[in-house]
Design a protein around this ligand. Structure first.
Ligand code: SF4
Length: 167
């Protein structure tokens, strides 16, 4: 799913893939699994294939970034509403593709939500946070659905995290 978001704390929603495996009690009422099933995608659980997204879908954030640059107003991207980017079974190559996309969109503030904060450090790319003139890297916010985890620049959003993903 890739669309301008109606969620008040973000501007856009971007999913690098669909699917996940439940990891805690907080996953019991996972709306993303229910929505996936409703759309006929059997992508939940260990060993189930994830739903990959089209190239056109992956292009959309580049347009959002261009708009943000043109207007001078940074935009926020909620990533991901239908997956957990730090899950153990991330589809091969898709997480690296996401890091590349984030590097290419310095006018966007990416909001990565996860229930696997213990996997953040090992999943980040090795150049994460290096002051290399890449603004996006210092503005990404990671948080758990259970507790906020900020990496890089903190923000008022991280101080009052929204309640999502089966909380
Ligand atoms: S998407 Fe979030 S709430 Fe749903 S199963 Fe994955 S980690 Fe749990």
């Amino acid at each position: 799913m890739c669309f301008n978001s109606s969620i008040e704390w973000t501007t856009h929603t971007f999913n690098p893939w669909w699917g996940c495996t439940k990891v805690s009690d907080g996953c019991r009422n996972c709306y993303a699994e229910a929505l996936s099933n409703r759309y006929g995608h059997s992508v939940w659980g260990a060993g189930k294939p994830r739903r990959l997204m089209s190239d056109a879908h992956w292009q959309a954030p580049l347009g959002w970034d261009a708009d943000a640059k043109r207007t001078g107003r940074r935009a926020r991207v909620f990533c991901a509403s239908m997956a957990d980017v730090f899950e153990e079974q991330a589809p091969p190559g898709q997480l690296a593709r996401l890091w590349d996309l984030i590097r290419l969109t310095p006018n966007l503030d990416w909001q990565l939500l996860t229930k696997r904060p213990h996997r953040i450090a090992e999943s980040l790319p090795p150049d994460w946070g290096r002051p290399a003139g890449d603004q996006s890297r210092s503005r990404i916010i990671c948080r758990s659905c259970c507790r906020p985890v900020s990496i890089g620049r903190a923000s008022s959003w991280a101080d009052s995290p929204p309640s999502v993903k089966g909380d």
